[in-house]
Design a protein around this ligand. Structure first.
Ligand code: AMP
Length: 122
């Protein structure tokens, strides 16, 4: 499968569709999920064209991988839910492919918090 340049997150990255931005740097963009599943529901996406986590880990540079991982922590800090900054914690996850329940084919990490997130898998 090749990367779909017209997926919704690609359009957000190009500025063609608005988002409620939380954070941006050279490696990542973070914004609030349009259909929040918890009190806080943010997304963190790499700026590069990667379909999912496997695609990313196979092709991304070390700098991009570090940038995305650190981006998640930076966003959690900004949202006040990072344990290191006296927050109450959060869950981060990424869905991969059909069985993983991935809807948007651009890698994204969900960040859930602001309340108890609940069972890991329902
Ligand atoms: P996934 O099922 O892991 O692919 O998650 C895709 C997520 O993207 C869902 O939680 C959607 O609510 C979210 N989403 C879809 N379109 C937008 C958008 N335009 N802005 C913010 N979040 C979006």
């Amino acid at each position: 499968m090749s990367y779909d340049n017209n997926n919704i997150f690609a359009k957000i990255l190009r500025g063609e569709i608005p988002c409620k931005k939380i954070y941006e740097d050279e490696f990542v963009l973070s914004f609030f999920d349009i259909n929040p599943q918890k009190k806080i529901h943010a997304l963190v996406i790499p700026k590069g064209k990667y379909i999912d986590l496997d695609d990313f880990n196979n092709k991304a540079s070390k700098e991009e991988i570090i940038g995305l991982m650190k981006g998640i922590t930076t966003v959690a800090k900004k949202l006040g839910i990072s344990i290191n900054n006296k927050g109450d914690g959060y869950r981060t996850l990424t869905n991969i492919g059909n069985h993983g329940g991935q809807e948007v084919p651009h890698l994204h990490f969900h960040i859930f918090g602001g309340e108890k997130v609940g069972r890991m898998v329902q």
